[in-house]
Design a binder for this molecule. Structure first.
Ligand code: PRP
Ligand code: URA
Length: 209
């Protein structure tokens, strides 16, 4: 079974509390989502492989560690996942970026796929699939299906706020996927919104309704 990591760093919890507040506007919401995504990347990359490298410091020659060059791909689920991409790229600037367009039908709550564009060598890359919200889990489950259909083998899901129902849906369908989230909230309300959650992440990021 893939691991579920609730990344409870104080800075992340503090920033997440700010964006939960309904009075926070688009500008601050956007920059804080970006910052939280960047901070979470630190935890997500904890096990990246390293290799030895020789360095001449001003004082001595030494053997130290550098990243071994494992290829990564950041794949946001549109729209809201876009808000997390720049924060992650600040720490992993060489990552390629794919996109999966998916929206949740407001009545059935079923995800509808409308766009998929991935790096050609996706099967060789470790994928960071990003979406601030994991609610019923339908969108993430289908996005992972879309990635696997195109050859992706090594997939991590990074979310800001998750419902236990969504975590279970992804784990049941994709037990090989690790999930990193800043919070596992109480559950879903009758409209499929995460409680307490932070509302509609896409609308809050882009100023739509
Ligand atoms: C939101 C969110 C997730 C999905 C989560 O997207 O960003 O993709 O809902 O819900 P689920 O776990 O029940 O599938 P939305 O459909 O609102 O699209 P948007 O990002 O374009 O606003
Ligand atoms: N999508 C969101 O943006 N927020 C929720 O609470 C659930 C789905």
């Amino acid at each position: 079974m893939g691991k579920v990591v609730e990344v409870k760093h104080p800075l992340i919890q503090h920033k997440l509390t700010i964006i939960r507040d309904r009075s926070v506007g688009t500008k601050d919401f956007r920059s804080l989502v970006d910052e939280i995504a960047m901070l979470m990347t630190y935890e997500v990359c904890r096990d990246l492989p390293l290799k030895d490298v020789k360095v001449h410091t001003p004082v001595a020659e030494t053997v130290q560690k550098e990243l071994s060059g494992k290829k990564l791909a950041v794949v946001p689920i549109l729209r809201a996942g876009l808000g997390m991409v720049d924060g992650i790229l600040q720490l992993i600037p060489a990552a390629k970026v794919g996109h999966i367009g998916m929206y949740r039908d407001e009545v059935t709550l079923e995800p509808v796929e409308y766009f998929v564009k991935l790096p050609d060598d996706i099967e060789k890359r470790e994928v960071l699939l990003v979406d601030p919200m994991l609610a019923t889990g339908g969108s993430a489950k289908d996005a992972i299906d879309a990635l696997k259909k195109r050859g992706a083998q090594n997939i991590n899901l990074i979310t800001l706020v998750s419902a236990p129902e969504g975590v279970k849906t992804v784990q049941d369908a994709h037990p090989d996927v690790d999930i990193y989230t800043a919070s596992i909230d109480e559950g879903l309300n009758e409209n499929g919104y995460i409680v307490p959650g932070l509302g509609d992440a896409g609308d809050r990021l882009f100023g739509t309704h």
